[in-house]
Write a protein that binds this ligand. Structure first.
Ligand SMILES: Nc1ncnc2c1ncn2[C@@H]1O[C@H](COP(=O)(O)OP(=O)(O)O)[C@@H](O)[C@H]1O
Ligand SMILES: [Mg+2]
Length: 264
């Protein structure tokens, strides 16, 4: 079954792009057919996979305004089963372009229709806002993964995000589910990080991802890991940059959980 997952949190710098890129890569390495959509005008997911402005002429924006077919903006990546739809700073204009359109929230959903059955997973990286772009992503998705940085103010803004999800469910996409919460940049030596993690478990226990290969119940956390921060500058997901790193292993576990859940 194909599944469309948006990675969202309106806070910036919490690990959305890192999660989108590395989860997409881990699923693709597990031989699933995966499409990563960069849906942030900052285009960090695009550059994380080694693509720069001069490498592609068209991006997701051109499909949303109807200037290009979706098939024409897909790029192949170095992982055979991973495709990318790039973004570009020009995407900021979309908020205005769609402003007067009826059902503007469903624009991405409509645009994806012709290709969605070609993939096992479509992963959407979203910008740090709850505006038209993120709403479009949520309307096009089956589920959302929320990365939460294990630091002070981690839970700030979460209520607003949860309300937005409820609103989208009620009005446009009744099927939308919270697939899970993934704690990011976790440092076990840091007491505050431990506190944030235990708060998350208390509030969202059943929505936390668990390690499918551990006999004891163990929640998956993404550690703070320098390899994860370095990999984008080499234009690679961490699995191709340093497969043995703690960061690569953590995203692999997240992918295993998603595949396990998917297999029932
Ligand atoms: N687990 C991690 N360990 C170390 N650095 C990380 C980790 N996750 C993200 N980063 C770094 O933190 C910064 C913000 O992450 P990013 O994924 O771009 O967040 P967002 O997309 O939510 O703005 C980036 O420089 C990224 O490389
Ligand atoms: Mg980002």
């Amino acid at each position: 079954m194909k599944e469309i997952i948006t990675i969202a949190n309106q806070k910036g710098g919490v690990g959305k792009t890192t999660t989108a890129v590395n989860l997409a890569a881990a699923l693709a390495i597990a031989e699933k057919k995966v499409l990563l959509i960069d849906f942030d005008p900052q285009a960090n997911a695009t550059s994380s996979l080694g693509f720069y402005k001069s490498d592609y002429e068209f991006n997701i924006y051109h499909t949303l305004i109807g200037a290009k077919n979706i098939e024409d903006v897909i790029l192949n990546t170095t992982i055979e089963t991973l495709d990318l739809i790039p973004s570009n700073i020009g995407l900021v204009a979309i908020e205005k372009e769609l402003d007067n359109l009826k059902d503007r929230e469903l624009t991405l959903k409509k645009v994806l229709k012709p290709i969605e059955d070609k993939y096992d997973y479509i992963i959407i990286d979203s910008p740090p806002t709850l505006g038209t772009i993120t709403i479009n992503a949520l309307c096009a998705s089956n589920s959302i993964i929320i990365p939460i940085q294990c630091e002070f103010f981690a839970l700030e803004g979460l209520a607003q995000l949860l309300n937005t999800i409820k609103l989208v469910k009620r009005t446009k996409n009744p099927e939308l589910k919270i697939k899970g919460i993934i704690p990011t940049m976790y440092t076990s030596q840091n007491n505050l990080a431990k506190q944030v993690l235990s708060d998350l478990v208390r509030h969202f226990g059943p929505k936390m991802f668990v390690d499918m290969k551990s006999e004891k119940k163990r929640y998956i956390v993404i550690p703070r890991n320098v390899r994860l921060a370095e990999a984008p500058s080499f234009g690679k997901p961490v699995a191709l940059y340093d497969i043995k790193s703690k960061g690569a292993q953590a995203y692999n576990k997240l992918a295993e959980n998603i595949l396990g859940v998917d297999n029932g």
